[in-house]
Design a protein around this ligand. Structure first.
Ligand SMILES: Nc1ncnc2c1ncn2[C@@H]1O[C@H](COP(=O)(O)OP(=O)(O)O)[C@@H](O)[C@H]1O
Ligand SMILES: [Mg+2]
Length: 313
């Protein structure tokens, strides 16, 4: 499909599924990483969003990936967390979720309550879907922290920009060599192993029901990594009450560690893996606008790799 045909396709879908007031959402298009197009609309009197692929093969893959993630969520009893209204081969119709986690914290009179709401929902998701599957726990670590993409990111974005040294990149192999010992016996639902505040969204400021947008593979893995990533971002994004928010989330991390029968050293290594993932991505995307902060994040990545290598597992 070419750009000029996209609106025709959106109108065709709108007609089939009785969507009214269709209009382009350029600000969403800009944030989309994969060439998807977004339209605001109304469905059965409620605000909805049409997410449409088709401009690139990658956008269609992305739509297919989201669709299977939403199907998995339904199968696991997580429909309350899914914004999906209608799924098609090249599109999704979703609830319009105006506020993300950072908006909710910013606008709240009591930000700490927002952290607690999110913590409680994450706890519900993880405990509801926890199951014994050590093999998947291991596969998850190898996938998310494999040479592709982790080593490539370290090389192409951090090392070649001078944020870390070539010897630091080499630490990754020693980190990977510890996965057998770091992987716990259990896995839970994960929405890609990279939960960010903007993926947790609410339909209104009064809502206490977050939904997960843009979920993708891997759909089973380690929740501690996700919670650690999220917690790191509170500080980096200057969230109100970031410190309290982090403490609240770390309470959940400890509960998960105990229930998943992990040692304290394993828990620390999984937190360190979260910091590696988040630090790598933040350093990559902040390098141009904020090199100092990018360097801080890159230093954290190296320190976290060393922590895992030296852990007493
Ligand atoms: N249902 C929704 N409600 C409100 N905003 C949304 C919704 N879906 C997407 N967005 C906005 O559009 C951006 C891009 O959406 P996303 O699904 O992440 O696209 P992609 O899969 O191409 O990365 C999101 O970061 C968010 O700001
Ligand atoms: Mg996205």
């Amino acid at each position: 499909m070419i750009e000029a045909e996209i609106f025709d396709r959106a109108q065709e879908i709108a007609q089939t599924y009785s969507l009214s007031s269709l209009r382009s959402l350029l600000s969403f298009d800009k944030k989309a990483s994969t060439g998807n197009r977004f339209f605001a609309c109304t469905r059965e009197g409620k605000p909805a969003v049409l997410k449409l692929g088709g401009l690139t093969t990658r956008s269609l893959d992305e739509i297919a990936g989201n669709n299977s993630a939403y199907a998995k969520m339904a199968q696991l009893g997580l429909s309350d967390y899914s914004p999906l209204l209608v799924a098609g081969e090249d599109f999704q119709i979703l609830d319009f979720l105006e506020y993300d986690f950072s908006d909710m914290v910013r606008l709240a009179e009591e930000p700490v309550e927002v952290y607690k709401i999110v913590r409680n929902h994450l706890r519900n998701i993880y405990f509801k879907t926890m199951m014994e599957d050590r093999n998947t726990a291991l596969i998850f670590l190898r996938k998310v922290f494999g040479d592709e993409p982790q080593r490539r990111y370290l090389e192409q974005y951090l090392c070649s920009n001078g944020l870390i040294r070539a010897v630091d990149v080499e630490l990754l192999s020693s980190v990977q060599a510890r996965f057998e010992k770091v992987a716990p016996k259990y896995v839970t639902f994960t929405a890609g192993g990279e939960l960010q505040p903007e993926h947790l969204r609410f339909s209104s400021r009064q809502s206490s029901q977050p939904k997960i947008i843009d979920p993708r593979e891997p759909l089973a893995g380690n929740p501690i990594i996700e919670v650690a990533i999220l917690s790191e971002l509170f500080g980096l994004y200057d969230f109100k009450n970031a410190k309290e928010g982090k403490d609240i989330m770390y309470g959940l991390i400890n509960e998960l560690g105990a229930t998943m029968q992990m040692t304290q050293a394993q828990v620390q290594c999984l937190i360190a893996l979260g910091k590696i993932r988040q630090g790598t991505l933040s350093a990559r995307f902040r390098f141009k606008e904020n090199p100092l902060q990018a360097k801080e994040q890159a230093d954290k990545v190296v320190k976290s790799m060393e922590e895992i290598i030296n852990a007493n597992l």
